[in-house]
Each structure stands twice: as structure tokens, then as C-alpha cells.
Design a protein around this ligand. Structure first.
Ligand code: ZN
Length: 133
């Protein structure tokens, strides 16, 4: 998994910064969410896997913040479990080839005739929705 240097949530740009070390309340931490400065801070001493897991953990904090779920975003148990599931998804996902996905969609019996079919194209195809008649 690649950790981005920045991303957007609800049009807010959030930067990811790597620090030599991070201290919260006199304790060393692997990561930290800085809402006021729109940042995620990651400690440089973390291994790649710990850095990735920490990034996902801080991302979950940010998503809950943007949703206005302030009680949940401060629930470390919830945030950590959600982040673990999301990280496992990220690490284990597999894709069919693009051609196979297209063929499956075109031959799907659920598609009604007369209405345009809508396919989601992968990021290599600019990740846009495209109508196919
Ligand atoms: Zn946390």
C-alpha cells in the first residue's frame, strides 16, 4: 500500500507529513491527526506496515471528523477496529482483469433492456462513470 502525501475529504485537502518522532501527552506515538492544520502526522520510526496501519487509523479519525461523528472519532477502540478491517481489506483485495469485468457487466441478466448500462471504469480509464448504450 502506498501512503499518499495528500488527499481530499469533502473538498478539504489533507496533507500527510512524516516526522522524526511524535509525542502526545508525553507519550511517543506512531501517528496523529491534526484537525486544525488539516494534516496527518506519521512517525518516521515506524516500519512500513506500522506506518500504513497508522495512516489508515488516522484516516478513519479524519472521515469520522468530516462526518460530524465526534463521539465516534474519539472512540479509539472503534477507530482502531474499523482501521484494522479497512487495512485487511486493502491488503487482501484482488481484482479481475478489466476485460473480464466488462464482459460480466455486459452479460449480466440483471440489466434491463432499453435503459443505458452504466459501468464503473477502473482508474486506468480515468475512474469516471461512463454510459454505454
Ligand atoms: Zn487514534
Amino acid at each position: 500500500m502506498r501512503i499518499p502525501r495528500n488527499f481530499k475529504l469533502a473538498a478539504i485537502e489533507i496533507k500527510v507529513e512524516h516526522k522524526d518522532s511524535i509525542t502526545i501527552d508525553s507519550c511517543k506515538a506512531c501517528g496523529m491527526t491534526d484537525y486544525a492544520n488539516q494534516k496527518i502526522l506519521l512517525s518516521g520510526i515506524a516500519t512500513q506496515q506500522v506506518g500504513e496501519q497508522t495512516f489508515i487509523h488516522e484516516l478513519v479519525h479524519w472521515i469520522l471528523f468530516m462526518m460530524g461523528e465526534h463521539k465516534l472519532r474519539n472512540n479509539e477502540k472503534f477507530v482502531d477496529l474499523f482501521a484494522h478491517f479497512l487495512y485487511q481489506y486493502e491488503q487482501t483485495k484482488e481484482f479481475s482483469s478489466d476485460k473480464k469485468v466488462r464482459e460480466d457487466a455486459e452479460h449480466s441478466p440483471k440489466q434491463s433492456k432499453g435503459r443505458p448500462k452504466t459501468l464503473f471504469l477502473r482508474s486506468g480509464e480515468r475512474g469516471r462513470l461512463s454510459k454505454i448504450k
